[in-house]
Design a binder for this molecule. Structure first.
Ligand code: XMP
Length: 326
């Protein structure tokens, strides 16, 4: 049984040297635990699973089998980055499953946010289960559990996180970062050579764009949301806000307003910008985005994204508004 209590004597990992010592120790531990057996990992592309993947690749190379399920609700370029970094650069044993149609077909016509979450969570487990059943000789399941997950293991995270896997999976767990806090996972990730953008990725909900394409998801509105979100991220990168703001994204509601484009009536959806700062996600304040940045984002989104004809800025703090709209 793995030790799940962080010893008081454990030093906080804040420097590359401390990260390297942790990596060396974990590589030895993983090799001792796993031997020549195979390990399975659901690789979402989030910080925790990415760092675990990189650690395991370092320890056991292609004995690690990574499964990346694209539920069709990823942000622009995210699945591609997983393939690029893990499949190509790190030469991981990576299975990529594009399950977009399965998820979007199941979600068609479903407007209730909790139902949407449930469908996405359940289908994720199903796809992962089906895929792992096809594999032979897997003895271990790796997970990106971090210390706050253990401290808060009151079941909240389990249903909150897509990728929460069924408990009846008959595999021993490998959880090399289970005693680390998020900031330490990031330092370790950088020491492992993962891209900065991956290691410092802002929090992204498991159901992904599914809870930002408000109401019943349609492919065209989801596409518009993904493109508008990519523009927001690009402009935040350009002006330095990406490093400063805790979480920022676009939500697109399920209604249209009247507008004009190319001299003709043009009905489109509004893109709603959300940009919040917080330390614990329990309360949040609003970033004061400079007007010229808002102006640029608005011009680009309305000009470049098919289907969007207005850009709004959500000024609501939490409470009373939650960070996500659904
Ligand atoms: P709210 O919207 O509750 O969000 O203010 C607080 C933080 O949690 C994230 N969030 C989720 N994360 N699955 C997740 O893994 C979810 O279903 C989910 N819903 C919200 C949200 O992005 C914010 O960082």
């Amino acid at each position: 049984m793995a030790n799940n209590i962080r010893p008081a004597s454990m030093e906080r990992i804040t420097t590359p040297a401390l990260a390297q010592a942790f990596i060396d120790e974990q590589v030895a531990e993983i090799r001792a635990q796993v031997g020549d057996k195979k390990v399975l990992l659901a690789l979402s592309g989030g910080v925790d699973s990415s760092v675990v993947a990189a650690l395991l690749i370092k320890a056991i190379g292609r004995q690690l089998v990574c499964v990346h399920v694209n539920h069709g609700l990823m942000r622009k370029g995210e699945s591609e980055q997983v393939i690029e970094v893990f499949g190509k650069e790190l030469d991981a044993n990576l299975i990529y499953i594009d399950a977009t149609d399965r998820f979007l077909d199941l979600l068609a016509g479903v407007a209730d946010p909790e139902k949407k979450r449930k469908i996405i969570g359940n289908e994720f487990i199903k796809v992962f289960d089906e895929e792992s059943a096809k594999l032979e000789g897997i003895s271990f399941l790796a997970q990106g559990t971090i210390y706050p997950d253990i401290l808060e293991s009151d079941g909240v995270k389990a249903h909150h996180n897509v990728g929460g896997l069924p408990e009846d999976m008959q595999m021993e767990l490998v959880e090399p970062v289970r005693l680390l806090y998020k900031d330490e996972v990031r330092v370790v990730g950088e020491a492992l050579g993962l891209p900065h953008a991956m290691v410092y990725r802002q929090p992204f909900p498991g159901p992904g764009l599914g809870v930002r394409c408000l109401g019943a998801i349609t492919r065209d509105r989801l596409h518009a949301l993904r493109e508008a979100d990519a523009i927001l991220r690009e402009e935040f990168d350009n002006c330095g806000l990406a490093e400063k703001v805790w979480q920022y994204f676009i939500a697109v509601p399920d209604f249209k307003s009247v507008g004009v484009r190319d001299g003709k009536r043009y009905e489109g959806w509004p893109a709603i910008i959300r940009a919040v700062n917080t330390t614990d996600a329990m309360t949040a304040t609003i970033e004061e985005i400079p007007y010229e940045v808002l102006h640029k984002i608005t011009s680009r989104i309305t000009a470049e994204v098919e289907g969007i004809n207005r850009v709004l800025y959500d000024l609501t703090f939490k409470p009373v508004g939650t960070i996500e709209w659904e």
